[in-house]
Write a protein that binds this ligand. Structure first.
Ligand SMILES: [Fe+2]
Ligand SMILES: [Fe+2]
Length: 302
């Protein structure tokens, strides 16, 4: 947590909560607040759940989870329980609660583990297993990957790529175990493991496929680009998966990625087109000497 005055934080919150600002600016404000942390930042983020953008709201939940601050639990609980929120947003709230990992959340997550929205149900099942894992295994730091993310599952102890691939693709295994294989394949980071992850786009669960795209975004490895392009270009694919593919392409930021992202800036699905806008902003950052992606603080103070 960084020591920044409350009024500076509120100014960043105003950027986040201002619907007339471009989405890319609001995203930068959000990530700045996430990096600052603390009660005032949580309050600013919480105020934005009434916004129209599903993309932005799901990212609010994601950030609250990554902050791992128990003070965000009540707001995340409300979002998960609010059936008027899009399943993508509710899913992210469920995942965020799993990331916070408080054992008292079990009952709530159990209540939604069979939610009619499959993305929500599957997320709560994984989050419940994460809670159980946190409770029995005190080494929670294991889930702090070198990608600085709090993952929905810890990596598995298996190191063999063939075995990891077969677990990854085994539709009879719990998603938690398949996620463990996924994060291990990510951590290995070879051509073979990337190709194994790419196979993951054939899995039946959209939630699972969106996580594969997310992991590719973390890896920022050009070898994953063909898989991501195929995913973004498949207009019959779940918008949550296409959104994640677009953002991954933004962080890989090759010329080819940029060119394709531009093509989907007018996609009929708001989640996809907004993701392309944000992704192009991320690529601009990746290709510039700017010190930090989320630098709204400097922008507001300037
Ligand atoms: Fe997600
Ligand atoms: Fe996402």
């Amino acid at each position: 947590m960084v020591n920044i005055s409350e009024s500076a934080i509120e100014n960043i919150g105003k950027v986040l909560n201002n619907a007339s600002r471009p989405m890319k600016e609001r995203f930068r404000a959000l990530f700045t607040l996430k990096n600052i942390g603390g009660e005032a930042a949580i309050k600013c983020i919480s105020q934005c759940f009434g916004d129209e953008s599903v993309l932005l709201k799901h990212e609010l939940a994601y950030c609250l989870g990554q902050m791992q601050d128990k003070r965000a639990i009540p707001i995340l609980r409300n979002v998960l329980e609010d059936k008027n929120q899009d399943p993508i947003v509710r899913h992210e709230a469920g995942e965020a609660l799993g990331a916070i990992g408080d054992p008292n959340l079990r009952e709530l997550l159990e209540k939604y583990q069979h939610d009619p929205a499959i993305e929500v149900a599957e997320t709560c099942q994984i989050a419940l297993q994460r809670l159980a894992w946190v409770a029995e295994d005190k080494s929670e730091s294991l889930s702090q990957s070198r990608y600085a993310s709090v993952d929905p599952a810890p990596p598995s102890s298996e190191g063999d790529i063939a075995k990891l691939s077969s677990t990854l693709m085994d539709e009879n295994r719990p998603l938690f175990e398949r996620y463990q294989a996924m994060f291990t394949l990510r951590n290995i980071g070879t051509t073979e493991s990337i190709n194994a992850l790419g196979e993951g786009f054939k899995a039946s669960s959209a939630l699972f496929r969106h996580e594969v795209a997310f992991v590719f975004g973390q890896m920022q490895d050009e070898r994953s680009v063909p898989f991501l392009i195929k995913t973004l270009e498949d207009t019959s694919e779940h918008e949550m998966v296409r959104h994640e593919a677009a953002e991954a392409m933004g962080s890989i930021a090759t010329d080819e990625c940029t060119e394709i992202l531009k093509r989907y800036l007018n996609d009929p699905r708001p989640v996809v087109r907004e993701s392309c806008e944000v992704a192009l902003d991320m690529s601009e950052y990746e290709n510039s000497p700017e010190f930090q992606y989320a630098n709204t603080l400097c922008a507001v103070e300037a």
